[in-house]
Design a protein around this ligand. Sequence first.
Ligand code: NAG
Ligand code: NAG
Ligand code: NAG
Ligand code: NAG
Ligand code: NAG
Ligand code: NAG
Ligand code: NAG
Ligand code: NAG
Ligand code: NAG
Ligand code: NAG
Ligand code: NAG
Length: 763
Amino acid sequence: MHFLTSSLLFSLLLLLSPSAVSGFGSMGPISASFGLNSFFCAIDASGKQDVVCWAKNTSSISSPSSSSNSAYFSSIPAMAVLSGGDGFLCGILANTSQPFCWASNGSGTDLVPSVFKSIAYSHIAAGKNHVCAVRGSYYSDHDSGTVDCWEIVSSGNNSLKSVQSSVFYDEYVSNLVFENVVSGEGFSCGGVREGGVVCWGPESGSVGVFNVTDSFKVLASGRGSLCGILEVSGEVRCWGKNDSIPIPPAVIRFVSLSAGANHFCGIREDNHGAECWGRYNFSSVPKSSGFVAIASSDFTTCGIRENDLVLDCWFANASSRPDYDPPLELFSPGLCSPGPCRVDEFAFNASILNEPDLTSLCVRKDLKICSPCGSNCSAGFFLYSPCTENADRVCMACSLCQNSSCREVCGLKSYPEKHWHKLRKLVILIGCSASGFILIIISWCILPHFITTRKEEGTIKQFKSCIGKPELDTDATADSFLPSVATCPGMAQVFRLSELKDATNGFKEFNELGRGSYGFVYKAVLPDGRQVAVKRANAATIIHGNIREFEMELEILCNIRHSNIVNLLGYCLEMGERLLVYEYMPHGTLHDHLHSGLSPLNWSLRLKIAMQAAKGLEYLHKEVIPPVVHRDVKTSNILLDSDWRARIADFGLLTSNDKDLIGDMKSDVYNFGIGLLEILSGRKAFDREYTPPGIVEWALPLIKQGKAAAIIDRNVVLPRNVEPLLKLADIAELTVRENPSERPTMSVVATWLEQIVKDGLIF
Ligand SMILES: *[C@@H]1O[C@H](CO)[C@@H](O)[C@H](O)[C@H]1NC(C)=O
Ligand SMILES: *[C@@H]1O[C@H](CO)[C@@H](O)[C@H](O)[C@H]1NC(C)=O
Ligand SMILES: *[C@@H]1O[C@H](CO)[C@@H](O)[C@H](O)[C@H]1NC(C)=O
Ligand SMILES: *[C@@H]1O[C@H](CO)[C@@H](O)[C@H](O)[C@H]1NC(C)=O
Ligand SMILES: *[C@@H]1O[C@H](CO)[C@@H](O)[C@H](O)[C@H]1NC(C)=O
Ligand SMILES: *[C@@H]1O[C@H](CO)[C@@H](O)[C@H](O)[C@H]1NC(C)=O
Ligand SMILES: *[C@@H]1O[C@H](CO)[C@@H](O)[C@H](O)[C@H]1NC(C)=O
Ligand SMILES: *[C@@H]1O[C@H](CO)[C@@H](O)[C@H](O)[C@H]1NC(C)=O
Ligand SMILES: *[C@@H]1O[C@H](CO)[C@@H](O)[C@H](O)[C@H]1NC(C)=O
Ligand SMILES: *[C@@H]1O[C@H](CO)[C@@H](O)[C@H](O)[C@H]1NC(C)=O
Ligand SMILES: *[C@@H]1O[C@H](CO)[C@@H](O)[C@H](O)[C@H]1NC(C)=O
């Protein structure tokens, strides 16, 4: 048992960590078997290290919680790591470090030959029909040790059996001490403790790994190829049968690899985005999220997303849907290991999942999940907080950039000091707008100075400033792995997560209507044919708001119902997810019709939309108890339903410490006035093509001088009598008065607009 003593000596030298290593033939928290009966399995985030598997056309073929649907596997024991072979998977048991292999169409019985069953292993790698494993206790240390191999072959009656292997035995190899191992079709390769990579097995020659002396922190093997991440540079090197050597992207540093039949995928070190190479359709790789772990079967890759620990799968050849439909459960972001984490790694903090009973994702509380920190953010995001011992670096959307520290990286120009004050307010408002119900291109569409009282809000608060209240010190009582207690009195429907997942094609990008700091908005088609919009909270929103608070908001939202509001239809609180289901607005936003080339609106429609939007706001201010102040009135939050009726979307809720209710309502009136000026002029609220760029500064002097006709949009045929439009200009002028007390209330505005619509236009 020399590995026990040597481990003490070498633990200091060992830079290898098995965390986040996954793929065909190597091990990780998620892995895939390949071949005809291929399936995926991953370790869940319940804290029990249970294994959840799914196959083609089935969203879940084994689930520890529901024994009824485990038609394939009765019970897979808790696992520390997983590695997939052809039609079977292997893992290391969470409690004893012993190996366990099971077939995709077997009952879940252990296939490991009895001679190896009781040996502890630190690494395991399943290939086409063999398995190699490195001896050592998985949790005591990331051990190095000698390697054992066995074969898993067809038993002739539609099942698999294992045999001790002679073809994978090599006397030279049996004396080497390995730090990791991967397996492909007829070969295995491992990193040797002294440095370098050695391959063995009948097909090892064709992979072409000879005299390799570099050290690799991660290896992954495809059927006939091998790629590794160089310890020093983080770059990828690949080998393979001469016609199929995959060419990895140059320069990019990676932290994790997975291999399919003819392609490899990796997780980038900088922003944790996925990249794939080899025979691959690149357009299928998701761009919207970083990943903590990935695994590939022959043609499909699945990854655990870093922002919500939910799976996303993509198909190598694919244009359409992947053949795998993963279960929507939370999965472990990495492998449990005895700490401490290395430099540039962080320990996953289970408290961000908002599960009161979940303090660790590992069965043993002394273990940690260490993951590499991202070293940079994607374009459009800035580094908000750096990597710490307990948290990954946090990237924030550039729309939330508030000061000089991020302006450069966000590509925002530096402005002279006197403009800075304005810009700051503008940025704050844009930040809030990013949580818009429908994502509008973050354009300069909002006027600088509408709400002066909000400028001291911090960035963190803005994560949720549009959805509500400050943190309440109430205990989160709801277990979000279970459907929540109904908080909506009768009005709203409780949806199942599986139902919404199906309705959005698994929350796929092509179903996306928009995104903001709250999360994503998806278009969904329910089984009864109804089109709806599903707003899905992202991890950041979930982290920064507690479930109780969300339920209180839900209660208020459930009671808001009006023909000029985008009404809530239902919600779903399951497995840590927060989803709100809203009416779908097929005609998009007023902003897009006025400014982004969507069909222009005629004057009758514009007047009606103005009147209906005013009524929606009047309803929020006057009829809802307690009153709701919108806080982000703008044309991109005025949506148009199938009848071209205006509907107010994305209102914030009144917070208990909002003392200046009237003042806040008058801010809504002001912003509505800006919307009126946009409707009237067709120009954007803020547009550098005009002098001055702010619509109020531009329009107000003209209206006051009796030249309101000069601001009227000439791209639409004018009515014979422009009097109603001039009246509209007068109303707008009143609503944007500097002194809030001079602005009319929303009710008054709504009444005036109603009168104009009633009088009609003469063309
Ligand atoms: C999955 O479904 C598709 C069509 O829905 C079918 O063609 C295919 O054979 C199915 N695959 C399996 C493994 O059942
Ligand atoms: C380890 O877990 C397996 C499966 O859960 C169980 O059968 C076995 O008894 C456990 N062993 C120990 C030593 O706890
Ligand atoms: C079929 O498989 C079982 C194990 O699953 C084995 O015991 C039996 O001997 C096999 N039968 C034949 C004919 O190979
Ligand atoms: C089970 O898997 C083996 C090997 O992958 C395959 O040969 C066999 O046809 C499968 N049997 C069934 C019933 O699917
Ligand atoms: C590997 O190195 C040995 C000795 O240094 C040499 O004889 C052999 O040709 C090398 N093999 C390859 C494929 O470069
Ligand atoms: C691939 O390598 C084998 C030997 O390793 C050789 O016989 C064959 O010609 C090579 N094929 C190509 C396309 O280079
Ligand atoms: C995917 O493409 C590869 C070649 O690039 C091909 O061999 C394979 O059959 C394709 N798979 C599917 C499922 O279309
Ligand atoms: C790649 O996928 C895209 C859609 O995801 C599709 O439009 C395109 O045709 C595919 N390309 C190839 C070569 O299959
Ligand atoms: C995890 O996060 C919670 C809340 O943010 C914090 O109180 C706790 O100290 C953190 N745990 C560790 C190990 O850092
Ligand atoms: C970080 O990412 C941004 C945007 O993707 C890029 O412009 C910048 O050069 C990167 N910085 C570093 C240090 O890699
Ligand atoms: C910029 O703002 C962030 C958060 O809003 C803050 O942490 C940071 O210290 C600020 N930097 C400067 C230079 O003011």
